[in-house]
Design a protein around this ligand. Sequence first.
Ligand SMILES: Cc1ncc(COP(=O)(O)O)c(C=O)c1O
Length: 219
Amino acid sequence: MNTAIVDLRSDTVTKPSAAMRRAMYEAEVGDDVYREDPTLNRLQERAAEVFAREAGLFVASGTMGNQAALKVHGKSGQEVICEARAHIYNFEMGSVAAFAGLVPRTIWAEDGILTWELIAPFVRGRGDHRARTALIELENTSNIAGGSVYPPEVFDDIADHVHAAGLPVHLDGEDFQCQRGGGTAGDRIDQESGLGDVLSVERAGRARGLDAGGEQGIH
Ligand SMILES: Cc1ncc(COP(=O)(O)O)c(C=O)c1O
């Protein structure tokens, strides 16, 4: 009988395998400011290729990727619409306000899965009194809602309407495999969100780090 224990408390409790540790130890390195780190360059290029983006940018954590995206997409004093259990709202030390300068407008949704019908009444344009909506943030999979997954048609519908309103979608793409497809919210997510972020390349051992795909100008 196999008595090995699989610890599923969190994706952060997994550890790199011996092969992963060796790959890290032996990795070619260089100065990333001069774009001379071959390993980092390959990682960024690969991420851009996988997610059909102009460029990829390595950041050290998921939180960092989210905050960079929020800062890029919003201006101080504007709003970000997100689900009530969103990581950016609940688990990022208020950085959504402190760093990105945004007011979170939260919406409670069944299983953490927003729909355009839920979002639409809260989208606000320019006005004299209220904060304007800067972007819509979606989380796939939805961590605190139990790992629920956006069905592709729900995501497409949101993306179509949000883009028609002239706004960006930021995807907190917690699960790399999920963003890639595999019967879940698929490629459209990667291509449509203004700055889709994707957690670690070696998810199985959760090597730290994240690659945010976007446009060159964003860097
Ligand atoms: C949905 C989601 N977004 C962001 C993060 C933050 O990632 P990190 O711990 O690398 O900052 C997590 C972490 O588990 C997460 O589940």
